[in-house]
Design a protein around this ligand. Structure first.
Ligand code: C8R
Length: 266
């Protein structure tokens, strides 16, 4: 048999989105050890080799457009992690600010301050049904290829669990410098709000933050926030909202010390 035939593999499918992050496996493993050994040594008993294997097994050799919540179940079971009541922080279109805040408020948790969010943040991954390897060339684009792709389904699955686990007063940082401050199509609006358990979540506290120097502004009295309020009312969860919550405003001012709206503090 000619060597060329033995070497032949079906070509990987071509998608519109960027491919798997280079060295994904090693990055996941490194982040898992960093988190469980250094960031939260109380999770030092977690088996990172097993966790990363379950992570990649969820999508390798599969159609990256038919990913399901079930694919990620074994991974979810290996990575359960309690977040204390009153300490959950959601965000939508305000990733940087929310994470700046929890970096200082170490007792509060965004999803990226838990093991799975920490491991996956900023990475891309997909496999191919005709190969046991990752596709480093391209992965499905949410808009142009399919919405049930391997990483979108992952974020839906972990965001759902993060919301189901929340208790007490939960918080959300929203971006008041965009039109849809509360966006029903976002992960927060589509997944998290509907997976809060009213019997253990007494209240959702929203902080609507305006970018320093931005002209457009949506506030707690805008119609999109009112929509959020109505959804929560139907779900029997109390809602409260504050514009430009001062501790977070002060963090924005740290980055923009010269701006006029920052001078009047202290
Ligand atoms: N959450 C969702 N998506 C996340 C994420 C996360 O923690 N972390 C990352 N990196 N991503 P957005 P949203 C990626 O539109 O849709 C949880 C995903 O690719 O600004 O409301 C988290 O708990 C995803 O498509 O916000 C948070 O409360 C975009 O970033 C909401 O859901 C989402 O960016 C945020 O999701």
């Amino acid at each position: 048999v000619p060597v060329g035939i033995l070497m032949w593999r079906p070509p990987l499918k071509q998608w519109k989105g960027e491919g798997t992050t280079a060295h994904l496996y090693e990055i996941l493993l490194g982040r898992c050890y960093t988190y469980t050994q250094i960031v939260r040594p109380e999770l030092g008993h977690k088996d990172c080799q097993k966790i990363v294997k379950a992570f990649t097994k969820a999508f390798l050799s599969k159609d990256p457009c038919s990913s399901t919540e079930q694919d990620y179940q074994p991974l979810m079971e290996l990575t359960d992690e309690p977040v204390p009541c009153n300490k959950t922080l959601f965000w939508s279109k305000s990733s940087e600010l929310a994470h700046d805040y929890t970096r200082v408020r170490q007792d509060m948790f965004t999803l990226e301050d838990t093991l799975l969010g920490y491991m996956a943040d900023g990475l891309k991954w997909c496999g191919d049904p005709g190969s046991s390897e990752m596709n480093y060339h391209s992965c499905p684009d949410w808009r142009e290829d399919c919405s049930n792709n391997s990483f979108s389904v992952f974020w839906n699955t972990v965001s759902k669990r993060f919301a189901e686990d929340a208790c007490g007063v939960v918080h959300v940082v929203l971006n008041g410098s965009i039109r849809n401050t509360f966006d029903e199509r976002s992960t927060f609006g589509r997944v998290e709000v509907f997976n809060l358990h009213p019997e253990k979540v007494n209240r959702l506290q929203a902080w609507v933050m305006h970018d320093i120097g931005s002209v457009h502004s949506d506030s707690c009295s805008s119609s999109s926030i009112n929509n959020l309020k109505q959804i929560l009312k139907r779900r029997s969860i109390t809602f409260s909202c504050q514009n430009n919550y001062r501790p977070i405003r002060l963090l924005q001012c740290v980055k923009n010390p010269g701006h006029s709206s920052c001078g009047s503090y202290i």
